[in-house]
Every structure is written in structure tokens, then in C-alpha cells.
Ligand binder design. Sequence first.
Ligand SMILES: [Zn+2]
Length: 175
Amino acid sequence: MRRRRLLFGLVGLGVAGAGGVLWWRARFDRIVIHHSAGASGSIDLLRRVHRQRQPGDPIDMIPYHFVVGNGRGMGMGEVAATDRWPHVWGAHTRNRRANLTGIGICLIGNFETAPVAEAQYRAALDLAVDLARRYRIAADALCFHGELPGAQTLCPGRRFPRDRMRADFAAALRA
Ligand SMILES: [Zn+2]
């Protein structure tokens, strides 16, 4: 994995400057929720899709920091960290700031066409709340991909319960 070593070298250089290391450790200020838009999936599958669609990408990693399974390809509610976590910025939106400072969580499934299962919803919520506590992310800083400025996507799908998740997230952090 030569290109991965190169990448980490570049990341190291980028954060070595004045205060850079501190910024990098405290850089997360939001969580961005996505769906995979496929009925089944796993990190391996998303990685294969990424390699097919962007064969020349020097960053050989899927765009998100975490993936939450739906029982097809991964366990129901199973949480897995990707190669990006926690040292590499995300590539999950068109918004540069959201990529740099957001933790990208992808739920396997297509919530345009199907509702999210309760166990998967709970696992994603618990993950988001844990991360928010760990990185001191504000109770109103849970976002959904399609709501970011400039986004041209419905991700994570019209059937995803955004308002419920926003409320559950805020309530858990204020508790
Ligand atoms: Zn998305």
C-alpha cells in the first residue's frame, strides 16, 4: 500500500505547522449522516464500488468514517470504522468544510425506497451520540447530507426520519 503511506505522509506534513496538531485533534464540529443508496453493503463492497468508479483516485478509501450495517452484507446495527477514521478527512460531501470538520456516517440501505430498521437507527444514533460526547460536538450539529449548502442529493433519502434523529440526538446530549 505505497499510496496509503504517501497519503499519511502528506497528512502529517499538513498538520505539523503552528497549532496544526491541536487543530487536527479538535477538528470535528459536526456529524453528517448518509445512506449507501443500495439495499445491501459493507466496507468491502463500498470499497470495490469506489475502485470501479474512481480507478485513479490516489486516496484508496471509501468516503465515510463509519458504516452502519442493515443485516445485508454486515450485521444489523453493526458499526465499522473505515480506513479514514480518525486521521483522514472525509470525502462524503461537495462541501469542503463539512468534509474537513465533519464525521461521515453511512447507513447501509436506500431510504428513498425503504424505511430504516429500528435496530439500525438506534446503532447509528448511539454512534453519533458517543462521537459527539467524545469530540464535544454541539447538540444542534447533526446534519444530513442533502441539507448541506450546495448539495444536489436527497441523501439519506426521503424516508429517513431526520427530525426524529435530530431530536433524539439533541435530547441524548442534553441529558
Ligand atoms: Zn450522502
